[in-house]
Design a protein around this ligand. Sequence first.
Ligand code: OAD
Ligand code: ZN
Length: 408
Amino acid sequence: MADSQAAATEAAVAGEAAAPVKAPAETDTPKPGEGGTKSKEFEGAIGGIRDPSNVEEEESDEEEYDDEDLEDDDEDEDEDDEDHEGFMSMLQNFIMNKLDLSDHGEVEKVLEEVTVEGVVKYINSGKCKNVITMAGAGISTSAGIPDFRSPGTGLYNNLEKYNLPFPEAIFDIEFFKSNPKPFFVLAKDLYPGAFNPTPSHWFIRLLHEKGILLRHYTQNIDTLEHIAGLPAEKVVEAHGTFRTSHCIACRKEYSQDWMKEEILKDNIPTCEECSGLVKPDIVFFRESLPTRFFQLMQTDFPKCDLLLILGTSLTVQPFAMLINNVPSSCPRLLINREKAGAMDPMMAMLQGMLSSSGLALDSPRNIRDVALLGDCDEGCAKLVDMLGWKEDYEKLFTPPKKAEKTEE
Ligand code: OAD
Ligand code: ZN
């Protein structure tokens, strides 16, 4: 796991676009039709790997308990967690002191206070000129597009009708080659254009209008930031786009209109030249991320002076590790229903010696990470209010664009 992460970082730093991160071990990944037990190893193969702490959590979920055991175990686990955290924190301080790795206040404290108010003051101070936004499916759920991992409503919990060997197979390139139907059925249901931007998208557009948005990095393929009027050069679609498609055999390019017609007619799109399968250019598991992602991340992140992370579980690499690529003093604000991006304390301790690692939301050493937990749209509205931007924000709203699907 650590090896693949290091490899990913190296590849990213070197700007390699091809195969930025592989699945943890090719031999471990399920072959199409091989049964549904391997999704854990597989997850994140879109860019590689998952946060190890999440894998541990899921592994423990697989054990069987009766209810009483579960309650007892919950209590025990809480205590164990506290012990573990306490121990790790002690050990971390001990090692930092022994090795003289404490920061001695060298890292500039940018925020007057490490709170949402502190972030707002910083933005209003005029010193914050290069904001990067990193987004995931959570900014689009209020548009009616499900996210992936929310219990109950997440896409990966609701794919029974497709009869998949494991949920992520729907976005797996090898599975797609042998059975493209499930993907195209889903693509018809979720076809971009049938949805409108959310208040969170309009907030990101407002950052651009205020002249402080350096770049918007999104894992989403719904193109809602474009519909909200963000110029293409401001957007990095890390997991690709529906706007173009290619034959997976001869790479012939097809237009969005062509693909849309095929999808809406329930066809399996095949190449006019070679009869190969044609797939929208969204990044599937085991495919590399777009070159643009690797090129821009290298120049953008060192310049960043405020990172806003919205609506993502930060579980898929290499996207998730971008949060560590900003300068060590750069404030990071997470706007999400749940905490995300915090590294396992052991990893944090080890990596903290070399570089920053994950959000330090609960660390006593935190001088820059803030969480605004709850609904993204509400969080963005709160920021708009606190920033005094309400009037400009509301001007951006055009009457909601009619969904293309319903126009026809
Ligand atoms: P996830 O489903 O993993 O995470 C969505 C996060 O947003 C979760 O932490 C939710 O709690 C939170 N969330 C959902 N709705 C919200 C709301 N209205 N307000 C605030 N928070 C909300 O989605 P991603 O992190 O985007 O790749 O997933 C990353 C990648 O995994 C995707 O790009 C996708 C998937 O595999 C592909 O397969 C193409
Ligand atoms: Zn072809």
